[in-house]
Ligand binder design. Structure first.
Ligand code: MN
Length: 236
């Protein structure tokens, strides 16, 4: 649990998150959202985000916020793969449970699925590692587990760039087994699984029949009849 000082710093660290979003227009949690927490273990989440460009958002809870990186190619279980991870603004802890659609035209507009989640543990002094730019940690997720590294690079860019790498251990894989990106479904529950299962690809635009399902289940209040919609721009 963060102490008062950490909470104050966390509030500061969430300013950029709040500045980028209009909470009247997006259903994402506000930076003041309180997260219901069970247990004291640190949590992590990976969200598959079909924004203008598809990417995986990797988030580790630390001192009251989610430290966040956008990973364009997603994580790989092969220690030989170094996946670019662009540092982005901290997110509130409540974001770990967010999935759904960010409206078009809003920051990060597109669909978000919870792709993996669980708990994590630092290996060593994480505060020191943050300043040094070499993080070592254990993930206890459904798809990602074992030891991982995030290493800050000197690559020039608008945002700080890191590399996400799997350590050599029992959870490491090589070849086709290392590709976890298309191997599974979102872990967010039946809704997400149904959504993926019903995905149809055509003309470079993936149309999804989730509205139909949601209508059937009475989850949508605004929609009547059968509709489908594109959820992501055609990725190059
Ligand atoms: Mn994102």
């Amino acid at each position: 649990m963060p102490d008062a000082g950490q909470r104050a710093r966390g509030k500061t660290r969430l300013k950029r998150y709040a500045q980028k979003r209009d909470f009247k227009k997006t259903a994402e949690p506000s930076s003041r959202a309180r997260a219901a927490r069970k247990g004291k273990q640190l949590i992590f989440v990976v969200q598959k985000h079909a924004a203008r460009r598809l990417h995986w958002d990797f988030r580790l809870e630390w001192e009251g916020t989610l430290r966040s990186w956008a990973v364009p190619k997603g994580p790989s279980l092969d220690p030989a793969d170094k996946r670019l991870a662009v540092e982005v603004e901290d997110h509130p802890i409540a974001y770990a449970r967010f999935e759904g659609d960010i409206p078009k035209g809003q920051y990060g507009g597109g669909h978000v699925d919870i792709w993996d989640n669980g708990t994590w543990e630092p290996v060593g002094d994480f505060t020191k590692q943050l300043s040094k730019g070499h993080l070592e940690f254990l993930l206890h997720g459904k798809k990602l587990s074992g030891k991982w590294h995030l290493v800050r690079t000197r690559m020039q860019g608008k945002q700080t760039q890191w590399l996400l790498m799997k350590s050599h251990d029992e959870a490491a894989r090589t070849g086709a087994d290392a590709d976890v990106i298309d191997a599974g479904h979102a872990v967010g529950g039946n809704r997400a699984r149904a959504r993926e299962g019903l995905a149809i690809q055509g003309q470079g635009i993936r149309m999804i029949l989730v509205h139909v399902l949601q209508d059937v289940r009475g989850m949508r209040r605004d929609g009547i009849g059968l509709r489908s919609r594109p959820v992501r721009a055609a990725d190059p």
